[in-house]
Design a protein around this ligand. Structure first.
Ligand code: UD1
Ligand code: CA
Length: 453
């Protein structure tokens, strides 16, 4: 049985932030989420996450996905492991991973675990051209001797390019017997987990597992590294979709979250951002600068420069440019939602059109309805939101105010400029506006009176 501990209690001082480091986002998701996802994908059981001074926020964000231990104050990675031991079984194996290394692939975790013998312990190392900041792997000949932290390293040790990736597989029994030997006589005055590794190598079999792709171990200690990790993850996800039938026209400016699903022949324009549990169906074109959050988009949809949040869009729908679909919308197939339209919590039936400048909120709109330019559902009376129901085939003229609660019957017409407050029966016309009167000669008389002044 392999238990898992995630170290996430460090103060993250180098981030200069009120937010705990592991909650800083990569592609709109906290960095710790990637670590937990990789562990889950590798089939490891629920991890124990060691959290620190501002652990409440971390516990809240990941409630149900892990158990938690509190290390307060944090006194180093060795101290964090000591805290974790109190919550772990007496023996067995323990995978230790850091909450600030979000790029591990589950495949690599599994390869590492199987590379370490059942009775042994081990670590992952990588060869870096610029090893700056990482602990260095010290060897005698081929044999692993220990890890020395950069700040404690001699000039000679700093030349070592092989670094400690911060991923360990440890025999719990051995950790229990050796952890008392750690001390804080080092540059940071902390208990280093890394000091334990040399001791473990002396006491039993110890494997160093060399990483093929050093990008996977990228640690996030400051905001430069956060940006760098974000860029790596972004590119990794885009490469995946490029290999799976998606055209990404400008990879450099495109952001796609790790949980997004895209079908073949989706085309993504420049500056697009797609996040959350969004899905896009085959052949859909997501035009430049569009943002999708938790959006379920059907097939052959065309969206231009628009924002869709937590909504479902059917097949062959056209949206935009410049539309905003706020949460709770269901747009059926073949709908056209045009320029500067805003929809919220609204269902709109197939074949309906809302081409220009409208607000449709808290409404139920049937099939083949035509919503004229500037039509507004007046859904809010300052206290309560009310619903508007517009039945199939209705025609809403330009600049109509539909004061909810309101029902517009099947095939009914609302005259342009009307402010409608009462139900409109099916097949009828509602006119609710001042009748026009023309005052003949008015302009001439006005001009004349000005002349006299
Ligand atoms: C650590 C390793 C270093 C390795 C690098 C890989 C030590 C002493 N050094 O350095 O050899 O190359 O990771 O990324 O372990 N943490 C706690 N409690 C604490 C201190 C830290 O839980 O008291 C957590 C942090 O939140 C972080 C992880 O442990 O997730 C690593 O700590 P950090 O301070 O980032 O260590 P590094 O300097 O990166
Ligand atoms: Ca780190």
């Amino acid at each position: 049985m392999t238990a898992t501990v995630v170290l996430a209690a460090g103060d993250g001082k180098r981030m200069h932030s009120a937010l705990p480091k592991v909650l800083h986002p990569l592609l709109e998701k906290p960095m710790l989420a990637y670590v937990l996802a990789a562990l889950k994908e590798a089939g490891l059981g629920q991890p124990l996450v060691v959290v620190g001074r501002r652990g409440d926020a971390v516990e809240q964000a990941f409630a149900g996905q892990a158990t938690f231990a509190r290390q307060d104050p944090p006194q180093g990675t060795g101290d964090a492991l000591r805290v974790a031991l109190r919550h772990l079984p007496a023996d067995g194996r323990l995978l230790v991973i850091s909450g600030d290394t979000p790029l591990w692939r589950s495949r690599t975790l599994l390869d590492f675990i199987s590379a370490v013998s059942a009775e042994g312990s081990g670590l992952v190392s990588a060869e870096l051209t610029d090893p700056g900041g990482y602990g260095r792997i010290v060897r005698k000949g081929q044999d692993f001797v220990g890890v020395v932290e950069e700040r404690d390293a001699s000039d000679e040790e700093r030349q070592i390019k092989e670094v400690n990736a911060g991923l360990y597989l440890l025999q719990v029994k051995l950790v229990r017997s050796l952890i008392g030997e750690l001390d804080s006589k080092n540059a940071q005055g902390e208990l280093y987990l890394t000091d334990l590794l040399g001791l473990m190598a002396k006491a039993g079999p110890f494997t160093t597992f060399r990483l093929e792709d050093p990008a996977e171990m990228s640690g996030v200690n400051d905001r430069r590294q956060l940006a760098a990790a974000n860029a790596l993850l972004r590119q990794r996800i885009i490469d995946h979709w490029l290999d799976h039938g998606v055209s990404v026209l400008d990879p450099v400016s495109t952001w796609i979250g790790s949980d997004v699903q895209l079908a073949e022949d989706v085309v993504i324009g420049p500056g697009v951002r797609i996040f959350g549990q969004s899905r896009v169906g085959g052949g859909s074109r997501i035009g430049a600068a569009t943002e999708l959050f938790d959006a379920k988009i059907g097939a052959d949809v065309h969206i231009r420069q628009s924002v869709v949040e937590d909504s479902e869009i059917g097949d062959r729908v056209k949206i935009g440019p410049f539309s905003h679909l706020r949460p709770g919308c269901v747009v059926e197939s073949d709908v056209e939602i045009g320029n500067f339209a805003e929809l919220k919590n609204t269902r709109i039936g197939s074949g309906s059109k809302a081409h220009h400048h409208c607000y449709l909120g808290d409404s139920e709109i049937g099939r083949k309805v035509n919503i004229g330019a500037g039509a507004i559902t007046v859904n809010y009376d300052g206290k309560v939101k009310h619903r508007t129901v517009i039945a199939d085939g209705a025609f809403i003229g330009c600049n109509a105010n539909l004061i909810a609660p309101l029902v517009i019957g099947e095939g009914a017409y609302v005259a342009a400029g009307s402010t409608v407050t009462q139900e409109v029966p099916a097949q009828s016309l509602a006119v609710a506006r001042e009748r026009q009167r023309n005052i003949e000669g008015w302009a001439r008389r006005r001009a004349g009176s000005h002349k006299e002044e």
